[in-house]
Ligand binder design. Structure first.
Ligand code: NAD
Length: 419
């Protein structure tokens, strides 16, 4: 990703500033802050891959375990040409806080490979994935660190990771990774989990703000796993999706878009060319007249300049770190309610938790059970963060940090310091 925001600050610096803001507000002991300022482990690997033309290329890969005090590390794997170690550090940190906010028994991790999957064949991606999995297998495992999908990675890639790890172990180890195909220990509901989680969060937001979902005009940036599923589910629930974009641009329709129809169109051509909508750029989408903006593409999309022009009343963060800290402050000062990433997009890791639990027990749930439990966990987390925000008179991001850091610091104190 763009490892630095337009103001020049890296994603990791942005994450650390959020940590300090939360720590200062709650008077967190300095030794806890100092420990959280440094990830527990960082593994950098080189990944030699035989390319289809017979040549050899060596890719860089990372796995960062930020904190393990509340349980095994959990976090996605990203394939992206601009990925930097700093980004992975920040994303791992947010996983630690996110798991604490929704109270899952996990620490935080993240990983990735610097590559552009658009320029790789499926065979090359498979060889790259298997070698990356073998290289990080010294860190991962069902009770150590459990990867999952993130940008440009999917079920198939998770299946290869599960297989590679299992071949090395000599037996099937489904619990080593989540977001796998159903046939090899995946769970129903994982593919759409982050998008469905966003929907449950929007439901809660409507409840406390006394708004009707069907009256919301929603703009979604990103048409991948998170954005497309969120848009589809919100559309099915009666909300009006007035714009959607991907990396190349998007489409808008004030009367609302038919998300399934748009999905079919996206298989044949760019979103901007959708005949039933009007082409828009990503910049136009972020600043468009709507009630709710869901940034679900990548980090640093809402900069200070964009924040000054956002017209939505609510921002629900589907992506991780979609707004810079400076932009966040501007949105706050303009009275925009922002539901932060560490709460809003926690549906993915929550259903990943369900998948891991089912794998460990070799006993699988039906979709209704997955949805009910997901809704219960996210509604409880939202209500807790909302209550803390009200009691402490702070914004939802700071409130989420207070909840997450509170839980995390208690665990750290109870465990104490070795030796
Ligand atoms: P994805 O690869 O499935 O989709 C990403 C989407 O963003 C694509 O539509 C792509 O075209 C678009 N995009 C990429 N660059 C863009 C740009 N510069 N401007 C506008 N659009 C752009 O990825 P995903 O899994 O949907 O993840 C999206 C975000 O959500 C990431 O920040 C990720 O960390 C976060 N997230 C993902 C999950 C999950 O379960 N997949 C869970 C929590 C958070």
């Amino acid at each position: 990703m763009t490892s630095s925001s337009p103001s020049g600050s890296s994603l990791w610096a942005e994450a650390l500033a959020q940590l300090e803001r939360g720590a200062e507000r709650m008077g967190l002991e300095r030794w806890i802050v100092e420990r959280l300022r440094k990830p527990k482990r960082i593994l950098q690997v080189s990944i030699p891959v035989r390319m289809d033309d017979g040549s050899l290329r060596v890719f860089d890969g990372y796995r960062v375990q930020h904190n393990l005090d509340r349980g095994p590390a959990k976090g996605g794997i990203r394939y992206h040409p601009d990925l930097s170690l700093d980004d992975v550090r920040a994303l791992a940190f947010w996983m630690t806080i996110k798991c604490a906010v929704v109270n899952l028994p996990f620490g935080g991790a993240k990983g990735g490979v610097v590559c552009d999957p658009k320029n790789l064949s499926e065979g090359e991606i498979e060889r790259l994935t298997r070698r990356y999995a073998a290289e990080i297998s010294i860190l991962i495992g069902p009770d150590k660190d459990i990867p999952a999908p993130d940008m440009n990675t999917n079920e198939k890639i998770m299946g290869w990771i599960m297989d590679t790890y299992s071949v090395q172990a000599g037996h099937s180890v489904p619990g080593v990774v989540t977001g796998k195909p159903l046939e090899i220990g995946g769970t129903v509901g994982r593919r759409e989990a982050t998008g469905r989680g966003l929907y449950y969060i929007v439901e809660e937001l409507c409840r406390v703000k006394k708004r009707e979902l069907k009256n919301l005009r929603i703009a979604v940036q990103g048409f991948g796993n998170v954005g497309a599923n969120a848009a589809r589910i919100l559309h099915e629930a009666g909300a009006r999706i007035v714009a959607i974009s991907d990396a190349e641009g998007g489409t808008a329709r004030a009367e609302g878009l038919d998300v399934d129809d748009l999905r079919r169109h996206a298989e044949t051509g760019p979103l901007a060319g959708y005949p039933k909508g009007r082409g828009v750029t990503n910049a136009q989408l972020l600043e468009m007249d709507c009630d709710l903006l869901i940034p679900a593409a990548m980090e640093n999309q809402i900069t200070a300049a964009v924040a000054r022009k956002v017209r939505a009343e609510f921002v629900v963060e589907g992506a991780n770190g979609p707004a810079t800290n400076e932009a966040d402050e501007i949105l706050r000062s303009r009275g925009v309610t922002v539901v932060p990433d560490i709460l809003a997009n926690a549906g993915g890791v929550t259903v990943s938790y369900f998948e891991w639990v089912q794998d460990l027990q070799a006993f699988f749930w039906d979709e209704q059970e997955v949805r009910q439990r997901l809704r219960a966990i996210l509604a409880r987390a939202f209500q807790e963060v909302w209550r803390v925000a009200g009691e402490q008179k702070v914004d939802l991001r700071l409130a989420a940090f207070l909840v997450g850091l509170g839980r995390l610091s208690l665990a750290m104190k109870q465990r104490g310091l070795f030796p």
